[in-house]
Design a protein around this ligand. Structure first.
Ligand SMILES: [Zn+2]
Length: 182
């Protein structure tokens, strides 16, 4: 895509599932930002992860629970070498330390929810076939459902947040991606 790997200095990780960190070692100079609970689960030998994916021993920046809030939800401010405000937002359940990533854009926010929902339809009805897949793949399904409910409430009460998830195809605008220039 025209990026020089050495220029990628920070990778912000929602969680450490294999389909989210494959290729991380393409960016060996990058600091990996992730919730402390997520890394602890990975390091404990949880079999859901592919442990060689951090085999290149990247510099890790781990984030613990703090007092910061974002629209009433717990937030962890990322230490980044640029001025944009970015938070990890705990949305635990899918994995033990799964977080969304909130990025400020003036008065608006983009919230990347990772796998807190797979498809956008899950926000509007629990009677989705995909919900069975989500339940089966959760480390803590009760907590996952609570996190999903927080997202529903947030969406209903706030017009300044745009959510996107990793697996929802409608969020990917190929034309916009291809026209992106460094
Ligand atoms: Zn996942």
């Amino acid at each position: 895509m025209g990026f020089v790997p050495a220029y990628v200095r920070d990778c912000i990780i929602t969680h450490l599932d294999f389909d989210h960190i494959g290729g991380l070692d393409d960016f060996p100079y990058s600091t990996v930002h992730v919730a402390a609970e997520e890394y602890a689960s990975f390091a404990s030998g949880n079999p859901r992860y592919l442990h060689h994916q951090l085999g290149h021993r990247p510099k890790l920046e781990l984030y613990e629970k703090g007092a910061c809030k974002w629209f009433g939800m717990e937030a962890r401010k990322l230490k980044l070498p640029f001025s944009t405000t970015v938070y990890l937002i705990p949305l635990f359940g899918h994995t033990k330390g799964h977080c969304g990533v909130a990025i400020q854009q003036n008065e608006n926010w983009i919230l990347h929810v990772g796998d807190a929902f797979y498809l956008e339809a899950e926000l509007f009805s629990e009677a989705q076939k995909i919900a069975e897949v989500a339940s089966k793949s959760a480390d803590d399904d009760h907590q996952r459902k609570l996190s999903l409910k927080h997202l529903m409430d947030l969406l209903a009460s706030n017009k300044h947040i745009k959510m996107l998830s990793y697996h929802e195809p409608s969020f990917f605008n190929l034309e916009a991606e291809l026209s992106f220039k460094l």
